[in-house]
Design a protein around this ligand. Structure first.
Ligand SMILES: Cc1cc2nc3c(=O)[nH]c(=O)nc-3n(C[C@H](O)[C@H](O)[C@H](O)COP(=O)(O)OP(=O)(O)OC[C@H]3O[C@@H](n4cnc5c(N)ncnc54)[C@H](O)[C@@H]3O)c2cc1C
Length: 450
């Protein structure tokens, strides 16, 4: 569904950030085209979360796999060793459902998390963030964006949502008062800092808070937590929803394998171990960014921008920063399913441009379906290897070639096997097939070796 998301949003392949109300000279600039060898259309997609959710909901409904219900509140949960009973209030009546598993994706105030008595420790930052949408109807609508003003008492940013509609975000020091009314005069003053003077219609405005919290466990028996129910951190890099989607990507295939009789504890424990570590890394990074880039006094913030600018001038650190922003730098740690001693274990599968024998180009991900996959890097003479339940994609003479060489670098050789999990992270990579079947069984949480 990447095509639909791209069609609905504005993809910034290069993202200059412009200071103040009038400047056309960027404060910082991020050029995501540098990542083209490892990601398709790398960039920042500006799309309102409501739109993202509308498109995801349509895709879920089209899949035919899920029954999505609104106006249905989980009000009681009884977790047992062999299943979970969930009572839901549907307005007119309550119903009790029995399920093999329950995943609580019910936000920071999670009912499910409370029901299984998992705490949600953390901190609320001493910051007063404000969000507002405004309409403008003059030449300022053509200003380049995103825009940023490093003011004496705080930072103001602006991004264009659609013609004439802008989102203003302001973060300043102070005690957060979520829900406090925001005067229109305040929004207009903030808009002037990033868009310049002129008439502004305030569509809505609200105060919220920055938190950093994490559940010490993402699993309690057959109950799991994902998204903001499991972790919350400041939106400094815009990665909270993405982290929740990555939770779902990590968990979905494990639940499917558990339902099919796989090693339930290995599968579900690996979700907790892997995602807690990966989200923890993101959370630590954006929390540090929040402290030094938003919470600190103006001169410190200015120095941080200067340091960032210097860092972006150095190719290796620029690349690291871009990969970090795009969240493609996250490696799955060792877990019950993943042997950290194996070469390339946990590395995200790159998505290079491949070339077919006719010269046509395609991205690697277009050849890899939603299930587990074996990439066989083969010369002309190597025999194909078949493992039940695992698709094999042959890369090499007679098939697609990888001119980037990234797959051979990951493998450490020109021929061999790369085992790709359904969440597009590598589990195992070897130049010889010894141990391949046992590796598949472990990586996918099967109870017995194939
Ligand atoms: C200002 C701001 C900007 C952000 N920008 C970005 C960004 O650019 N990129 C990004 O990736 N992330 C961003 N985020 C973070 C992102 O909004 C959240 O991480 C994301 O919404 C979390 O999704 P979720 O589904 O886990 O939880 P939620 O969005 O909170 O959804 C939880 C759902 O569960 C439902 N629910 C709650 N209790 C029950 C119950 N008892 N029974 C049934 N249903 C229940 C709720 O009604 C709700 O629909 C931003 C956040 C903020 C505050």
């Amino acid at each position: 569904m990447a095509g639909e998301l791209h069609a609905a949003g504005a993809l910034k392949r290069t993202m200059p950030i412009h200071p103040g109300p009038t400047s056309h000279r960027p404060l910082l600039s991020f050029d995501f085209t540098e990542l083209d060898q490892e990601a398709d259309r790398a960039g920042v997609l500006f799309l309102e979360q409501g739109e993202t959710e509308r498109l995801l909901l349509a895709a879920v409904r089209d899949s035919g796999w899920c029954d999505v219900r609104f106006g249905t509140e989980a009000v009681a949960l009884d977790a047992r060793p062999d299943g979970v009973q969930l009572t839901v209030d549907e307005g007119a009546a309550t119903r009790t459902l029995t399920a093999a598993f329950v995943v609580g994706c019910d936000g920071t105030g999670s009912f499910v998390r409370d029901a299984v008595e998992i705490p949600f420790p953390g901190v609320t930052f001493p910051l007063r963030p404000t969000l507002a949408d405004v309409r403008i109807d003059d030449d300022r609508d053509a200003l380049p964006w995103p825009r940023l003003h490093n003011g004496r008492r705080g930072i103001t940013g602006a991004q264009r949502l659609r013609p004439g509609h802008w989102r203003i975000i302001r973060v300043e020091s102070g005690a957060p008062v979520p829900g406090e009314p925001v005067p229109g005069s305040e929004v207009r003053a903030r808009a002037a800092e990033v868009l310049g003077d002129g008439p502004v219609e305030v569509v809505w405005a609200s105060r919220f808070q920055f938190q950093r919290r994490a559940s010490p466990r993402f699993r309690s028996g057959r109950v799991l937590l994902a998204g903001d129910a499991a972790h919350a951190f400041p939106p400094a890099n815009g990665q909270g929803m993405n982290a929740g989607i990555q939770d779902a990507h990590n968990l979905a295939w494990k639940l499917a394998n558990a339902v099919r009789g796989g090693d339930l504890d290995g599968l579900l424990d690996s979700y907790e171990v892997e995602r807690r570590a990966m989200v923890g890394r993101v959370s630590r990074h954006v929390s540090l960014l929040t402290r030094i880039g938003l919470q600190a006094p103006r001169p410190v913030r200015a120095a941080v921008f200067q340091l960032m600018r210097l860092g972006l001038a150095v190719p290796a650190s620029r690349r690291e920063r871009l990969r970090n922003l795009a969240m493609i730098d996250l490696r799955v740690p060792a877990s019950p399913l993943l042997d950290g001693a194996e070469r390339a274990a946990g590395v995200r599968l790159p998505n290079p441009v491949l070339r077919s024998p006719t010269g046509a180009t395609t991205r690697l991900y277009d050849l890899v379906d939603a299930g587990p996959c074996l990439l066989q890097l083969a010369g002309a003479t190597e025999r194909a290897v078949r493992v039940p339940g695992v698709t094999t994609v042959r890369i090499g003479p007679g098939g697609h070639r990888d001119p980037s060489g990234s797959l051979a670098r990951l493998l450490g050789g020109d021929t061999g096997w790369l085992l790709v999990r359904p969440d597009l992270h590598l589990a195992w990579a070897r130049t010889g097939a010894a141990g391949l079947r046992a590796a598949v069984a472990r990586a996918l949480g099967y109870r017995a070796t194939l």
